[in-house]
Design a protein around this ligand. Structure first.
Ligand code: BG6
Length: 291
């Protein structure tokens, strides 16, 4: 088991937080509290599971075909896209969605906060100091912060690329603040004015909604549940489902899995990329709960 060569076990909290070695050699943290179960990989500070006790289905989708390999992205959960989103703007040989999701982060602390388990990660990569705090409880919370450690202005994109598990793609709709946001269709590069209606999925969907959308609901009529997604410090929301052909092209994703997931990603990309002055910190945070 590795955590940059050190054991993660010292961050264990009895029955509530344990560490194990995944068959890939990656280090996995497993959370079990009175209110929820959760899981994360130290690589990428990547949360792969969250399920409150009262829920009969996981909140986060994790592909059965995901590769778990050092230096490779995990397909599902909440990958952290940083410092660019999608392909690198000028060098296509660089990893899609940036290096944060495939880097070895460090565990900094773990603690009980009220009935919850909170874990803090960090990662330094000039000119950035990254911090990520996740809290597993009746709700899931995440806070991603970026500090500019250089002497000049730095800009970046970021996304907490959340994969949600759903009953069936035909049974979900997205309601809330996205109704009134314009969006870019990444598949055609066309821009659209707000549609003032719920988002549903009938084909491959890859959209960047622009503007604050701090209150979003993923309504799943199949499982009769609503997932509430609340954010701060986010001015872009990406809505993605690969549909049939793209699912077949993705090696780490089952051909039929597009039926069981959709991504609603909280971040700041494209025109809403963030620029911060020397010493400044930007934070994007997220709360997920279902009822
Ligand atoms: C989404 C993008 O955020 O991530 C899609 O909008 C992309 O264009 C998807 O296909 C998955 O990306 P990746 O690099 O994890 O395969």
């Amino acid at each position: 088991m590795t955590n940059d060569g050190q054991s993660a076990h010292r961050f264990s909290i009895g029955e509530n937080l344990r560490f194990r070695e995944h068959p890939s050699g990656l280090t996995v943290g497993q959370v079990a509290t009175e209110h929820c179960v959760g899981e994360f990989f130290v690589q990428g500070a990547h949360v792969t599971r969250y399920q409150p006790k009262y829920e009969s289905h996981p909140i986060l989708f994790l592909s059965e075909e995901s590769q778990f390999e050092p230096g490779k992205p995990i397909r599902g959960g909440i990958p952290i896209c940083f410092p660019w989103f999608s392909a690198h703007p000028s060098d296509p040989s660089l990893p899609a969605h940036g290096w944060a999701r495939i880097s070895s982060w460090e565990l900094v602390s773990s603690q009980r906060v009220e009935d919850d388990i909170q874990i803090e990660f960090q990662f330094f990569h000039e000119p950035f100091e990254l911090g990520y705090i996740v809290r597993f409880g009746k709700m899931f919370r995440a806070g991603f912060s970026v500090t500019n450690t250089s002497a000049k202005l730095q800009s970046f994109e970021l996304a907490l690329h959340t994969y949600f598990q759903i009953s069936d793609i035909a049974s979900v709709r997205i309601e809330g603040d996205l109704r009134s946001c314009p969006f870019l269709d990444q598949l055609t590069a066309n821009e659209f004015q707000p549609e003032y209606k719920a988002i549903t999925f009938e084909k491959e969907t890859d959209r960047i909604y622009e503007g604050k959308a701090s209150e979003i609901r993923l309504i799943d009529s199949g499982w009769k549940r609503t997932i509430h997604i609340n954010s701060e410090g986010s001015e872009s929301t990406i809505v993605w489902n690969p549909w049939i052909e793209k699912s077949k092209r993705m090696k780490d994703f089952g051909d039929e899995e597009y039926l069981k997931m959709c991504c609603i990603e909280t971040g700041n990309v494209r025109r809403r990329a963030v620029a911060i002055a020397p010493g400044e910190t930007h934070t994007t945070s997220l709360k997920i709960r279902s009822y």
